[in-house]
Design a protein around this ligand. Structure first.
Ligand SMILES: Cc1cc2nc3c(=O)[nH]c(=O)nc-3n(C[C@H](O)[C@H](O)[C@H](O)COP(=O)(O)OP(=O)(O)OC[C@H]3O[C@@H](n4cnc5c(N)ncnc54)[C@H](O)[C@@H]3O)c2cc1C
Length: 433
């Protein structure tokens, strides 16, 4: 099967949907998801989205981001992030995202390593609020066609130019021909044994980049979130206990009920402190204690976490939560410039799969959704102003259903090998084929 569009977008998380909405209405767009559109990490986001409070706060926001990232960040990218945060959050509100409001302004909350309260949120279901609004708008745009359950496994290329992508949909091979392609295919947690990510996110963008010699950057920068719920015999992904719970006052205790770390330090510092504590006490977890918070406050402020723990037999208004660090986020990725352009012509990457250099070696909490917004919009604007110079090319690929399935299997192998090498000693964290 052959399908044609001006712009092909692979991924329906914040990066893919917001890219699509920022493409000119006179360009045709096809947007794809691997399974259901909502089965993305965006939908799972809890804590919120960082935003400079005002002009004066931009400098401090940049500094907080650089400090958390161990100054390995690209400073210009961080400045872009802070500078464009206010207008992008305002765009989200205009698109229908309902953020929590207090005293006629955003109900700003706090997370680790932020010097001030600057995170906008929609209770603890911010990701769902963002996804629902963007998805609704995408469905109402005449120039955008959304196709779910399509697994892209390679690009259509010639002489380092991208002319679309090839995937499987309904047991058939589809060639998606386009002038411009955007990889917005999210994180890598699906290849880890323990991760907060959707299991379907198996680093396909990275395997595709490796196969096509597209430049990657910082692929050893992988974030472990300090506080995932510890469960024995876990079957699916790990349930996250958002950093904003610590932001609102929850304390970390070891199994002897002693505090051992400042809970609001950067994620990597807190995760390492927990690993040390678990090692010392020969335990698989430590505790997160919410006893300083009123029960009704907990239920209203963190309904998702309250209900998620309750379903697993823990009443967090009365009991401590056993938590442990697990894979959560990928700071590295496909190297892009400030407009999302990769090292391959006509190919862009945005969101978690890309590396803009914003996060450095460790992401500051709630900067991921913001990166997805800011840099997707820049990519779309760049595409709108340059696409008229691009000539499409109708290249047919030779995949059969069987060879396509082999390619999907091969992609997983490439991803596992790539991260085994990048992780060095931590190989046991990865799944096996
Ligand atoms: C539990 C949890 C809580 C989080 N909380 C926050 C938070 O509060 N604030 C914050 O800033 N960040 C948070 N994050 C991180 C943030 O949610 C993600 O980094 C961000 O949503 C990634 O957006 P994305 O659009 O790049 O990818 P995703 O939203 O993950 O979307 C990826 C898309 O790519 C598609 N795809 C993947 N592979 C293929 C393929 N081969 N073919 C076709 N389609 C494909 C998928 O189907 C999906 O549609 C959280 C993450 C998790 C897991």
């Amino acid at each position: 099967m052959d399908m044609y569009s001006d712009v092909l977008i692979i991924g329906t998380g914040v990066a893919g949907l917001y890219s699509a909405l920022n493409i000119s209405s006179d360009l045709s767009v096809i947007i794809l998801s691997k399974s259901k559109a909502s089965e993305c990490d965006t939908y799972l986001a809890q804590g919120g989205i960082s935003k400079a409070l005002n002009e004066e706060d931009k400098k401090l926001f940049v500094l907080d981001t650089l400090k958390a990232g161990h100054f390995k960040n690209n400073k210009k990218s961080v400045e872009i992030l802070a500078n464009e945060s206010i207008e992008n959050i305002s765009n989200l509100s205009n698109l229908g995202v309902k953020f929590d409001i207090k005293n006629n302004t955003f109900d700003y909350t706090r997370e680790g390593a932020h010097s001030v309260n600057r995170i906008v949120h929609s209770s603890d279901k911010t990701g769902k609020a963002v996804f629902d609004a963007l998805f609704f708008n995408v469905l109402n745009k005449k120039n955008i066609e959304l196709i779910e359950s399509t697994c892209i496994f390679d690009l259509i290329t010639e002489n380092n130019h991208c002319f679309g992508a090839v995937g499987i949909h309904n047991s058939e091979v589809y060639n998606f021909h386009s002038k411009v392609t955007i990889l917005a295919c999210g994180g890598i947690g699906g290849i880890f044994k323990n991760s907060t990510n959707q299991k379907t996110l198996t680093a396909d963008g990275i395997s595709i980049a490796v196969k096509n010699h597209i430049e990657l950057k910082d692929i050893n920068y992988i974030q472990f979130h300090p506080t995932a719920l510890y469960e024995e015999n876990l079957l699916n992904r790990n349930f996250l206990i958002s950093e904003s719970v610590r932001g609102e006052g929850a304390k970390l205790l070891n199994i002897n009920n002693k505090r051992f770390v400042n809970e609001l330090l950067p994620r990597d510092v807190v995760a390492n402190a927990i690993y040390k504590e678990e090692f010392k006490s020969k335990s698989n977890y430590v505790y997160l204690d919410l006893s300083s918070m009123d029960g009704n406050f907990i239920k209203n402020r963190f309904p998702l976490i309250y209900n998620g723990c309750m379903e697993r037999g823990i009443d967090i208004t009365k009991e401590k939560i056993p938590v442990t660090p697990v894979q959560h986020y990928f700071m590295g990725g496909i190297k892009v410039d400030f407009n999302g352009k990769t090292s391959m012509n006509n190919l862009y990457a945005t969101g978690e799969i890309s590396n803009t250099g914003v996060h450095g070696a460790n992401r500051l909490a709630s900067n991921s959704l913001l990166e997805g917004l800011v840099f997707s919009r820049r990519a779309s604007k760049n595409i709108n102003s340059t696409i008229s110079n691009i000539l499409p090319k109708d290249i047919k690929t030779k995949f059969t259903f069987e060879t396509a399935l082999n390619e999907i299997h091969n992609n997983k192998r490439i991803a596992i090998e790539t991260f085994k090498t990048a992780l060095g000693g931590k190989k046991n964290e990865l799944v096996t084929l």
